[in-house]
Ligand binder design. Structure first.
Ligand SMILES: Cc1ncc(COP(=O)(O)O)c(C=O)c1O
Length: 391
């Protein structure tokens, strides 16, 4: 059958926008590598920033929790799925984020959906950074609040919108990633907090790429804000699926806000609770992220070296995170660059629309504490010889 999608997919193929999955397998002995078509590739595509996803201590913690509490939670947390492992993980995450309470979800995507849709609704105003993650964008749309997009990382743009519109709305929220997933740069959180305060707005910060990596002791960039920085509400969202090497997401906030999301967040209420094994693995990872600060230091040092190198090649990358973009522009050029790296044994994804704007395609290098100096040197060599054209 030639489905209705066939022509559209052909067009995407021609435009370098077709999406497909690579059938990779874990390397048997090296967590920094995967096997693809029988070949080992150094993995610069994973968000396992601290190198914890294949740590045997996480696997052992997951196995113990599965034996004790089951492989699945069996029901929504509101029915019978809120188990001891969730409660203890929620306490640890609240301590980690420096908040009264937290709430654990099956994914970071679900956590963002619940936070935004529970806190904003018809009659409210949400201001969303132009480069926010898809889960925040979808949360804004589903909330049925009025959505205004402010210029990327630009507090004066948010301030201008709030000055014009704030009076017509009941509540307002500024919503931003703390580290932008495809650019690796950071939101100006202190300045956004000042704008939020000035206009009696709340601030929702998605710490997906900062959790465990950036901020004091890896507690996220919003952990540097004073507790009373945003009187109308400061809500932190994070994921357990990237630096913490497990699976799931969380919201951390004051107790009242958490109670409200339990009652109003549909992706919390109507979804089975996080699998106990994932919760236990995340709890172990959180402990290790504190006990082994060298992981954070290592990944940030590698990213810093790559940024310096790329700046020397005339391709500077913004920010201080573990994500280093190499901007190509045309989609097909980014695909050619990914192929160039792949041929040399480096797995680096080409990121294209709709993850980034059309014509803003790029390689996205994710560093990990597992990468060796030689891995980085090899990647640099490949990046220094990127082809000028897609042919
Ligand atoms: C900024 C950001 N927020 C949220 C998410 C979703 O997190 P998860 O993968 O745990 O669903 C991602 C994942 O790609 C992300 O990059």
């Amino acid at each position: 059958m030639r489905g209705f999608w066939a022509d559209e997919l052909d067009q995407r193929r021609q435009g370098g926008l077709y999406r497909f999955r690579k059938a990779v397998s874990p390397h048997p002995s090296d967590p920094a590598r995967v096997l693809w078509r029988g070949r080992p590739l150094v993995n610069f595509a994973s968000n396992d920033y601290l190198g914890l996803a294949r740590d045997p201590r996480l696997a052992a913690a997951a196995a113990r929790a599965q034996r004790r509490e089951g492989t699945g939670a069996g029901a929504s947390p509101l029915v019978s799925g809120w188990l001891p492992v969730h409660r203890s993980l929620e306490r640890r995450l609240a301590e980690h984020a420096g908040t009264d309470a937290s709430l654990v979800f099956p994914s970071g995507f679900a956590a963002n959906l619940a936070a935004v849709t529970a806190l904003a609704g018809p009659g409210d105003l949400v201001l969303s950074d132009a480069l926010n993650h898809a889960s925040l964008v979808d949360g804004c749309r589903l909330s049925r609040a009025r959505v205004e997009v402010f210029a990327h990382a630009d507090p004066s743009s948010a301030d201008g919108i709030l000055s014009r519109c704030r009076g017509s709305f009941r509540r307002a929220w500024i919503i931003t990633d703390s580290v932008f997933s495809m650019d690796g740069d950071e939101a100006p959180l202190a300045d956004l907090a000042v704008v939020a305060r000035r206009h009696d707005a709340g601030l929702i910060v998605d710490e997906a790429h900062a959790t465990g990596v950036l901020g004091p002791r890896g507690r996220g960039l919003s952990a540097s804000l004073p507790m009373d920085a945003v009187p109308a509400g400061l809500v932190r969202v994070g994921t357990l699926s990237k630096a913490l090497g497990a699976q799931g997401g969380f919201v951390a906030a004051d107790r009242g806000t958490i109670r409200w999301i339990v009652n109003q967040g549909r992706s919390y209420m109507f979804s089975t609770a996080l699998a106990p094994g994932s919760a236990a693995a995340a709890r172990a990872a959180l402990r290790l992220s504190h006990a082994e600060p060298w992981r954070r230091e290592r990944v940030l040092a590698l990213a810093g070296r790559l940024r310096d190198f790329m700046a020397g090649l005339g391709r500077p990358a913004p920010g201080d995170s573990a994500i280093v973009p190499v901007i190509a522009g045309p989609e097909r050029l980014a695909m050619a660059w990914a192929g160039h790296c792949l041929d040399r044994g480096w797995l680096v994804p080409a990121i294209r629309h709709p993850s980034v704007p059309r014509g803003g395609a790029r390689l996205r290098v994710s560093l990990s504490a597992d990468h060796s100096d030689d891995d980085l040197a090899g990647l640099m060599e490949a990046l220094a010889t990127l082809p000028e054209t897609e042919a």
